[in-house]
Design a binder for this molecule. Structure first.
Ligand SMILES: [Zn+2]
Length: 426
């Protein structure tokens, strides 16, 4: 199995890639527009230096060779979101060449990092197609990997690593990762276009592996095509049989010429993935857990740095996981309140956090083993069909634990350690 990614990242510049229109996303449709980003004949693109600077920083952060001289090409195709009939992008003389995404135990090779313009946005409603040109000309960077990803865990780690590095570079802070996924179990390349978010990318991958496997099992061959991910059904659907890359027209973009990137000062990549690596080594902790906690959460990273040495590292990580689960504020008071509970092995509930916030005292009722066992028995006997369900599916335990914890105010942890034994005796 071979998996490659084409990740699209919007650059946080104030103005568009080739004109001086603002990039603001909240503007009324078709208000941030001009002849250049509408593709009028005779209009001329002027390169946004700040976008190139960001792209250079990203290329350096991903270990690419940065091209001193870059040029642009026209990728010619016809579609309503592209009235000039070509997209300005890069290929051979792109800003970044080669490069690596460094995972814990593997490296994913990059083919290149290129700068390109976003086409307009097509909105389909009431049987009509509307076009919003505000998005036309938004600067993007496309990060293209080699098909080096081989498992779901590797895809997950690659996405979190990408996201972390971009986030700490100050790029793409509020947006979810957007990517095309190439998944080939057979010989032909199957592309799943425009998937947004790490969760959806992993779901799309799982679905495609299953779908292509089924075809191969029946003696068939998965066909070369482009597919679209459908979030509602968690499946992919055929969109079009793919034209090969050669079928696009590629010509040199004469209006932009050759651009020298030497003098652009890059933003140095900050701590990010290195920090996760360092903490994991220093405290013999799980690298991926730390990476996923800090991936797009500067607050979580700050809390680790603030409490490192003051608390046991395990407590810090467990506390941050609770904060993430309840999506609570990354502040010291909440952290300390939760850490205290975590340290004493107490299950943190939403109710506890509410009390913490209101500065109310948290009282933990202590129950004897007998009280706990009796509560479990009582509960199970009043809901007898649960026992049957549990014997078929142990996941029912979570439901039972939740009910007992709520009804008798007993710590879920105390219930979960006893439940199996008690059910088997009933
Ligand atoms: Zn414009």
């Amino acid at each position: 199995m071979k998996i490659g990614l084409e990740v699209h990242v919007a650059l946080p510049t104030k103005t568009k890639l080739f004109c001086s229109d603002p990039t603001s996303e909240t503007a009324e449709p078709n208000t941030n527009i001009c002849p250049t980003c509408m593709g009028f004949p005779g209009s001329r693109p002027v390169l946004n230096k700040e976008a190139v600077r960001f792209a250079k920083s990203i290329s350096i952060a991903f270990n690419c060779k940065v091209n001193k001289l870059i040029s642009f090409i026209r990728k010619v195709y016809f579609y309503p979101d592209l009235p000039k009939s070509f997209q300005i992008t890069q290929l051979a003389e792109s800003i970044g060449q080669g490069g690596l995404i460094i995972l814990e135990k593997k490296q994913i090779r990059l083919r290149r990092i290129q700068i390109e313009e976003d086409p307009a946005k097509i909105i389909r409603a009431d049987g009509y197609s509307f076009i919003d040109f505000n998005r036309s000309g938004i600067p993007l960077v496309e990060i293209v990997t080699e098909p080096d990803i081989e498992t779901e865990e590797e895809l997950r780690e690659t996405l979190f690593t990408l996201r972390t590095i971009l986030y700490y570079l100050g790029v793409d802070i509020n947006q979810e990762i957007k990517a095309d996924l190439n998944i080939s179990l057979g010989e032909e390349r199957i592309e799943v276009k425009n998937v947004t978010g790490i969760k959806n990318l992993i779901t799309a991958m799982e679905y495609e592996i299953h779908r292509q496997n089924e075809i191969i099992k029946k003696g068939g061959k998965p066909e070369k095509e482009t597919r679209l991910f459908d979030e509602q059904s968690s499946t992919t659907k055929s969109s079009r049989k793919k034209e090969s890359e050669e079928e696009y027209g590629f010509i040199f973009e004469p209006d932009l010429g050759v651009y020298d990137t030497t003098d652009l000062k890059e933003t140095p990549a900050t701590i990010s993935t290195d920090a996760a690596r360092l903490f994991a080594k220093k405290y013999d902790s799980n690298y991926k857990t730390i990476l996923e906690l800090i991936a797009f959460d500067r607050g979580a990273l700050s809390l680790i740095q603030e409490y490192e040495g003051k608390y046991d590292f395990k407590t810090i990580i467990a506390t941050l996981e609770v904060i993430k689960r309840f999506d609570e504020q990354r502040d010291s008071r909440i952290f300390e309140g939760i850490a205290k509970l975590v340290k004493d092995n107490i299950d943190v509930t939403k109710a506890f956090i509410e009390k913490l916030k209101k500065r109310e005292k948290i009282e933990i009722k202590l129950h004897s083993q007998e009280e706990i066992d009796n509560a479990i028995k009582e509960m199970l006997l009043s809901e007898k069909d649960i026992i049957k369900k549990y014997k078929h599916n142990k996941n029912v335990a979570n439901f039972i634990i939740g009910m007992i914890a709520k009804r008798y105010e007993i710590q879920p942890r105390a219930v979960s350690s006893r439940i199996d034994e008690i059910i088997n005796k009933l």
